[in-house]
Design a protein. Structure first.
Length: 251
């Protein structure tokens, strides 16, 4: 299924109603030629600051297991972070963690708007069109995070994030409470960090249960651990959706 053939967005899945729309905003470390390399080395352009390593593979695995559609970002979040609204300063970051982003410093209003028009807008329109086509009963966004941030080790392995709609998150947290992964609510990020934009933009207006998943990327780099965390998330999502149906929250 292709609603937009630009590099800004990738859509995979059948054109048919499905229970869950999976969204992966930071799926790619691609820097299209027209935008240049932002003055960054190849090492930085391929590091976690440029994308969420392993997130797209996880998203594809979950979408396949639930036979659902996914929408993924097609360019680096350093060009534009599709999980941020245009008015957010960090939508086009001048610095990410310890790395300065020279190509984003003193960006003109015209150049910034070009990023919005060529990256964010096609992504947003694709998600909205897919919602109209597949009529999902829930939205799940998928991310990964680095084990070490600003020199500090992170103990959390799986974050279940939510904004003001906690329905699916509550049920998934209960399902994973006794599991093998250190799973926490709104950790390592929460709404106060501005990370729930996609939930606010696509799920809340449509009254769809929703959750944002954050998985520590060292788990996704190891095949056995990746399979285990994918299985745990699949089971928790399935349990959450079943409980929502039983409660009459979804059809």
């Amino acid at each position: 299924m292709t609603l937009d053939d630009s590099e800004a967005v990738v859509i995979e899945g059948a054109v048919a109603p499905c229970d869950i729309l999976f969204v992966c905003e930071h799926a790619s470390s691609n820097f299209p030629t027209e935008f240049g390399e932002l003055g960054l080395t190849e090492e930085v352009r391929r590091s976690h600051v440029a994308w969420d390593p392993g997130a797209l593979t996880l998203t594809r695995a979950l979408a396949k297991r639930f036979d659902c559609t996914l929408v993924a970002g097609g360019v680096s979040r350093l060009l534009y972070d599709c999980n941020r609204p245009p008015e957010a300063q960090d939508a086009v970051p001048a610095k990410s963690e310890v790395f300065d982003i020279p190509g984003n410093v003193d960006l003109s209003a015209t150049d910034r708007q070009a990023r919005v028009s060529q990256i964010y807008q096609p992504f947003k329109e694709a998600v909205q069109q897919v919602i109209e086509v597949v009529h999902p009963k829930a939205i799940v966004t998928v991310h990964s995070f680095t084990p070490v941030y600003h020199g500090q080790q992170r103990a959390v392995e799986v974050g279940i994030l939510h904004d003001r709609d906690t329905r699916l998150a509550d049920k998934m947290l209960r399902a994973m409470a006794d599991g093998p992964f250190n799973t926490r609510r709104n950790d390592p990020y929460g709404p106060e960090h501005g990370v729930t934009h996609s939930l606010r933009a696509y799920a809340l207006p449509n009254k769809l249960p929703n959750v944002m998943l954050e998985v520590r990327n060292d788990l996704l780099a190891d095949n056995a651990k990746a399979a285990a965390v994918t299985g745990a998330l699949e089971a928790a999502i399935a349990q959450g959706m079943a409980e929502l149906r039983q409660a009459g929250e979804i059809a």
